[in-house]
Structure formats: C-alpha cells, structure tokens
Design a protein around this ligand. Structure first.
Ligand SMILES: [Zn+2]
Length: 60
C-alpha cells in the first residue's frame, strides 16, 4: 500500500470527492458585434455574427 507523503485534511479530501470542484461558472465572452454576452467559440445568438461574418441571417 502506498505511504502518504503528506496527509490531506479531511476537508481537502472530502472536497475532492464532493462535486464542488465541478461547479464552476459557465464561460461567457462578449460579442464584438453587438456587445451581448455569448458562449465563446460559438455564433452569437443575438446578432448571428461570428469572426466578423454574419452566419445566421436575421431580419432587423
Ligand atoms: Zn452579437
């Protein structure tokens, strides 16, 4: 059996086993076209622009 080099506290050990480290805020980036918050590396849901080009045509 492996001998632990340093003992982790109960809090650190239990935190690793719990789900807290998976609970992170979803990433968001600002759309350069309309300034709306959008998912990164995705076409903007508000204006349909991605990388300076209109991907989804929307009626104004
Ligand atoms: Zn946009």
């Amino acid at each position: 059996m492996a001998v632990p080099k340093r003992k982790l506290s109960k809090a650190r050990r239990d935190k690793r086993r719990s789900n807290v480290w998976k609970l992170e805020m979803p990433a968001f980036s600002k759309c350069p076209q309309c300034g709306e918050l959008k998912a990164p590396h995705r076409v903007c849901g508000n204006c349909g622009f991605y990388k300076g080009k209109e991907i989804i045509k929307k009626e104004a």
